[in-house]
Write a protein that binds this ligand. Structure first.
Ligand SMILES: Cc1ncc(COP(=O)(O)O)c(CNc2cccc(C(=O)O)c2)c1O
Length: 442
């Protein structure tokens, strides 16, 4: 006899939740039942200010009419179309719109269904690119300590967050990692890019010397390392990586799943920092978080390298059932329209100083050991409770939820990334609530 659950609507047992303390959650469920603009509504009728744009993805705010209507209309017109050897107009229209806002030279787009799939796609494009160019010896992929590139095998292999890796034994071979850029105690409470530490990029030269450039396909970094707790690149660091990759013929991949679509005050971090990668991975803000979709931007140099051989032959054996899905494409087009009409791809630049002032005003709160920010991203690093790492931040998360504020925590770091439609009074509310929590010496 199957031990299937006799589930009732309030029975939470069957769903094994991702990246969640399932037992704690299911004892004290935290359920959102609706949302609008900057606020969620909980199952018990409370308003919760969204300090994290959901999971760094609802950049335009919740339930925006243009996006909702576009999905509704598309679902009744063309629900699904294959993208293998067939297509539908919106996938091509969207690719053109994306290329228009991308850094110059990023002329082609591959679609995926998530950030993790965007990362896998980027890594495979990089490996295949060198092969079609006759450099199949370039099999290595270089990530970075504390990097987060999703949860598939490629992303976990190049990623550098130990808790995400340690359960999975040997992952991809041929992977190495650069050191992360955070120097504890140095640069503390810096606004924007840290002054010191940019020269750590030269560690990539050491890795190239160790393996020889002829074995290295690509380097992948988040311009700002988000999931690990918001590590802002030191001045000159990203350009130094670019220079080293160019010198050795190594492709540079910017993983912009978090920094893409206006988070920093420019469409992409590549424009914000004025550093040109060869590939950019995106997801999240592409559809305002409403429909799963990712996009990988590549240069014409990469794309055109595959366009060889008999024209009846498939050039790149890769893709997904839902690549460029009609409803996801419609949601993304409406999202880009919303971003454009409301200036959301650059609005973070207008608010970044007010945001930074409010964020850094918490410097005097107990147990605050660092504060970091750029654009509309913020991080408050807390001193861990001896012997109970992560507990102080998780307590802050629970108290914030009780007070009607949604924050993210990673380790003992509070991470903040509100919708880009945030107003100054929301910023005041957000940090007023956080101050109340932190000054009670949690
Ligand atoms: C840089 C980067 N790359 C890839 C992914 C994976 O995307 P998907 O989840 O769509 O497969 C991410 C996702 N980043 C992410 C996702 C969920 C939570 C948090 C957090 O830091 O709280 C961060 C990311 O931040």
């Amino acid at each position: 006899m199957s031990d299937r659950l006799n589930a009732t609507p309030n029975d939470l047992r069957a769903f094994w939740m991702p990246f969640t303390a399932n037992r704690q959650f299911k004892k004290e469920p935290r359920l959102f039942v609706s949302a609008k603009d900057m606020y969620y509504t909980t199952h018990d009728g409370r308003q919760v200010l969204d300090g994290t744009a959901g999971l760094w993805c609802v950049n335009a705010g919740h339930c925006r009419p243009k996006i909702t209507e576009a999905i509704r209309q598309q679902a009744g017109e063309l629900d699904y179309a294959p993208a293998f050897q067939l297509g539908h107009p919106k996938a091509f229209e969207l690719a053109n719109r994306l290329v228009d806002i991308a850094p110059e030279g990023m002329d082609h787009v591959l679609y995926t269904n998530s950030g993790s799939e965007s990362v896998e796609t980027a890594l495979k494009v990089a490996l295949a690119y060198h092969r079609v160019k006759g450099n199949g010896s370039r099999f290595r992929l270089i990530g970075r300590e504390r990097g987060y590139h999703g949860v598939n095998f490629g992303g976990i292999s190049v990623g550098g967050i130990v808790t995400n890796r340690k359960m999975f034994g040997t992952l991809l071979t041929g992977v190495d990692h650069m050191p992360h850029t955070h120097i504890p105690g140095k640069n503390a409470f810096t606004r924007g890019e840290p002054e010191h530490g940019g020269d750590i990029a030269t560690e990539l030269e050491r890795i190239v010397t160790l393996h020889d450039a002829s074995t290295i396909a690509a380097v992948i970094v988040e311009p700002i390392a988000g999931s690990t707790g918001v590590l802002i690149p030191p001045k000159g660091y990203l350009q130094k990586l670019r220079d080293i990759c160019t010198k050795h013929g190594i492709l540079l991949i910017f993983d912009e799943v978090i920094t893409g679509f206006g988070r920093l005050g420019a469409p992409f971090a590549a424009q914000y920092y004025d550093v040109k990668p060869d590939i950019i991975t995106t997801a999240k803000g592409l559809t305002n978080g409403v429909i799963p979709m990712g996009a990988v931007f590549v240069t014409s140099e990469i794309h055109d390298a595959f366009m060889q051989g008999p024209e009846h032959m498939i050039e790149f054996f890769h893709g997904y059932t839902y690549s460029g899905n009609p409803i996801a494409s419609a949601a993304a087009l409406a999202t880009l329209d919303t971003y454009k009409e409301e200036g959301l791809l650059t609005r973070a630049a207008e608010l970044s100083d007010y945001w930074a002032d409010a964020l850094h005003s918490l410097k005097d709160c107990p147990n605050v050991i660092d504060i970091r920010n750029t654009g509309l991203i913020g991080a408050i690093e807390l001193d861990p409770i001896a012997g109970e790492p992560t507990k102080r931040a998780f307590t802050a998360f629970l108290k914030a939820y009780e007070k009607g504020l949604l924050i993210r925590t990673t380790g003992d770091i509070i991470a903040l990334s509100p919708p880009l439609i945030i107003e100054k009074h929301h910023i005041d509310e957000l940090f007023g609530k956080l101050r109340e929590i932190l000054q009670n010496n949690i």
